[in-house]
Design a protein around this ligand. Structure first.
Ligand SMILES: Cc1cc2nc3c(=O)[nH]c(=O)nc-3n(C[C@H](O)[C@H](O)[C@H](O)COP(=O)(O)OP(=O)(O)OC[C@H]3O[C@@H](n4cnc5c(N)ncnc54)[C@H](O)[C@@H]3O)c2cc1C
Length: 510
């Protein structure tokens, strides 16, 4: 007796992609989500007519407009939408955002030439050096581009399949084989000497991986530069909720189900085999395959008993270093007089401090400049966030004061963009690492594992427990929307025969 072929714990992007793809492959799938809203770090929520993204808002190549309409698009989510018969309407825009350093503000254009022209007004030498680096990165992007993520699987069956289907693209990858696991700094060090551009590259890496250039893996940056300049920068109408809805609709359309408010308390293991899950309400759901989208820490600490895993393996997982958590500011503001406002900003407050110091680098997203339906008429939604350590946060008498005090760098960052923002606020929500950990059900509210390129690798989907797999940002290839979607694809493909994947690729013509 079984309730499903596959149970997925968590409806983050990794879990939904794995679940929906397995449903598309014909398996019976149940996704159990602890929260009342699906999407994990990418969920959206509404208050008084304002619709907020809780996390990601930088996307490329999601919709069917501009260059993203052409295959192969490197965005794995876009490929999964096509596979599921779903789509997301998007609004293209450029520049992607503005970086505000204490000494200069730089528009970040997707178009490489315009980006370099903007940098040349600050440092002509640096712009030339960046151009050389970008040429190298785009070479790697072009090699990667013709091997769709949808075709990948993490086992040996991948090699003959890829060699047969994409022989030229595989040949193009050969020159990169030795460097792809290393950090992008291996290429920056030989190409970019200008300190201003080196700091800029550190910031770009930090925004992507939570680590600077010395810790960020090379293909991640090649992907970012490539998608930004060769694909299209776009924002999904309806915010990140529309991405999650498309995946949930795809899951349902192919026979899968999503259960909300279904907190999994334990993965049921029998004779070193995962056989199902036990929910907080006492229900037991049985399935021969269980996929955990919870973080490595949450899965090993809370969902399994210590004796379920080999001692050293479990400890290694639990010892994975973690990126800090976040302070969040979600605001509803009056929009009068802000007709020229743009949507994305990154503010670095103090150049003498490292960009990774909590509060020093603040990310701002005002997506209602593209999609007015996210806010009531004549208003905008703004989301501002910065890294913040989890340690020391407690809901005690000092909580309210501390919260306000730690949110000050976020208000100050937004004032750089909208000087009178404090007079415009009609709705104010401040989130701390405790809020982040609570709503995202993530260990210490972390952004994800701090696994530096060259010093370690993100683990694969398999675990030592037969039938138990993991997806999401604590598995290969790591943190970020495209990466976690890729983890879901890798996991789903590894659970079917290569011939089934080839059939789907044929249907998509890629
Ligand atoms: C503030 C912020 C901004 C970001 N901005 C960007 C961006 O602009 N671009 C980009 O590419 N990336 C961005 N990211 C990163 C990206 O959003 C994440 O890497 C990604 O969404 C993580 O997805 P995931 O599948 O690993 O898991 P998660 O999103 O963590 O989902 C895991 C899910 O599992 C559920 N769960 C956990 N335990 C249980 C349980 N016991 N029972 C049932 N369910 C459970 C959780 O509730 C959650 O829904 C951002 C992240 C944050 C936090």
């Amino acid at each position: 007796m079984k309730d499903a072929d596959v149970i997925v714990i968590g409806s983050g992007l990794g879990g939904l992609v794995a679940g929906a793809m397995l449903a598309r492959y014909g398996q019976q799938v149940i996704v159990c989500e602890s929260h009342g809203i699906p999407g994990g770090a990418a969920h959206s929520f509404s208050r008084r007519g304002f619709h907020f993204d809780s996390g990601p808002s930088f996307y490329c190549g999601l919709g069917n407009v501009g260059a993203a309409a052409d295959y192969p698009s490197l965005n794995p989510l876009r490929m999964v939408f096509d596979l599921l018969g779903q789509s997301v309407e998007t609004i293209p825009y450029d520049p992607m955002g503005h970086y505000h350093f204490p000494d200069a503000t730089l528009p970040i254009y997707g178009n490489g030439e315009r980006y370099q022209e903007a940098i040349a007004t600050i440092t002509p030498t640096g712009a030339e050096e960046l151009k050389r680096l970008e040429t190298k990165l785009l070479g790697l992007y072009d090699a990667l581009k013709h091997i769709p993520t949808l075709a990948l699987r993490p086992d040996l069956a991948a090699l003959p399949m890829l060699l047969q289907r994409y022989p030229w693209a595989m040949a193009k990858m050969l020159p990169y084989v030795l460097s792809v696991q290393g950090p992008i700094s291996q290429w920056i060090d030989g190409t970019v000497h200008d300190p201003w551009v080196r700091r800029l590259l550190d910031l770009e890496c930090f925004l992507l991986s939570g680590l600077k250039a010395s810790g960020t893996v090379l293909p991640e940056m090649a992907f970012m530069f490539g998608e930004r300049s060769r694909s299209v920068i776009d924002y999904p109408i309806g915010g990140s909720a529309s991405i999650i809805n498309a995946l949930v609709n795809g899951l349902n359309q192919w026979g899968g189900t999503l259960q909300l408010n279904a907190h999994v308390e334990r993965i049921v293991v029998s004779n070193n085999r995962a056989v199902g899950v036990k929910l907080r309400n006492g229900d037991i759901l049985s399935a021969p395959t269980v996929i955990s989208n919870a973080t490595v820490w949450d899965t090993y600490e809370h969902l399994l008993a210590p004796e379920d895993l080999p001692v050293a393996y479990r400890q290694k997982g639990l010892d994975t270093p973690a990126v800090e958590s976040f302070m969040h500011l979600h605001l509803g503001i009056r929009a009068d007089g802000l007709e020229h406002l743009t949507g994305h900003h990154v503010v670095v407050h103090d150049e003498s401090k490292d960009i990774t110091v909590p509060g020093n680098t603040c990310m701002i997203s005002i997506p209602s400049v593209w999609d007015a339906s996210l806010a009531p008429a004549h208003h905008h939604v703004a989301h501002v966030y910065s890294l913040e350590p989890y340690a020391g946060w407690r809901r005690d008498d000092t909580y309210a004061d501390r919260k306000r005090q730690r949110a000050q760098p976020l208000f100050a960052a937004l004032e750089k963009v909208i000087p009178d923002v404090c007079d415009r606020i009609t709705l104010e929500l401040i989130g701390t690492p405790l809020t982040h950990a609570h709503y995202l059900r993530r260990h210490q509210g972390t952004y994800g594992p701090a696994i530096a390129a060259g010093q370690g690798m993100f683990p694969g989907n398999k675990t030592p427990i037969s039938g138990l797999y993991r997806v999401g940002d604590s598995t290969m290839p790591g943190i970020g929307v495209p990466a976690v979607a890729a983890s879901g694809i890798l996991c789903a493909n590894s659970l079917v025969q290569p011939g089934q994947t080839l059939e789907l690729l044929d249907q998509l013509g890629i």
